[in-house]
Design a protein around this ligand. Sequence first.
Ligand code: ATP
Length: 257
Amino acid sequence: MLALKHIYKYYNPGTVNEMCLFEDFNFTVQKGEFVSVVGSNGSGKTSMLNLICGSMEPDKGEILMNQKPITQVKEYQRLASIGRVYQNPALGTCPDMTILENLSMAEQKGKCFGLQRGTNKKRIPQYREMLAQLGLGLEDKLQVKVGVLSGGQRQALSLLMSVMTPVEFLILDEHTAALDPKTADVIMQLTDRIIKEKKLTAVMVTHNLRYAAQYGNRLVMMHQGKAVMDIKGEEKKRIKIEDILEKFNEISIECGN
Ligand SMILES: Nc1ncnc2c1ncn2[C@@H]1O[C@H](COP(=O)(O)OP(=O)(O)OP(=O)(O)O)[C@@H](O)[C@H]1O
């Protein structure tokens, strides 16, 4: 379970650009939920993910993980339980290192690095097997530098790396946005498979309404730092792209766009 309780967040406080994004914002994700988050530009989706992961502190309020307060827990400590994949396939992997080195590094997340060898050759057969499951031919490219991979290959690798350690939560920040439609579909199917197989609790920010309708068991729409729509269960199963669009239009009319 992840919870943001009575969150207040101001950007540029005390300046002419001061902006209150969250004012008494509450958001709880129950264990096993796969929440798709949609919303207008600047509605606070990424900021919400940053608060969960600890990349940003709230001005007021509390963040809980499995009922325990983590507001003061540093990002690197929280990431022991959280895997995160970003929009930019270049983030989340190291371009100058090979696939093998990247996988070895991901497996060491949260552990102390010493002067031991960077890669464990004994793990190569398992790495090959994991990569083969992606169906992108990466199992034969273990010695290839990640920087030369395509965006889709790199995003698939990022996804795999984000769940190599036993994480409980997966945070996806528009992770298919930079990919062509076919590759995005492949990554989305892979994401869904990983979430189900590993029984992860997931929050996925997306601008793709088809993915928001098709995947996950809960759908949240954000607008101006608030959740203006929150559906789950049977209602979520029945939701269509047109219904989400209709709500978007309602919001746009309300704020005069
Ligand atoms: N570091 C920052 N400093 C100042 N303002 C910020 C900062 N980060 C975000 N904001 C502002 O907060 C608001 C919410 O931004 P955020 O990136 O969370 O929105 P978003 O819903 O993810 O948007 P998008 O869909 O465009 O990615 C925006 O108005 C943005 O300009």
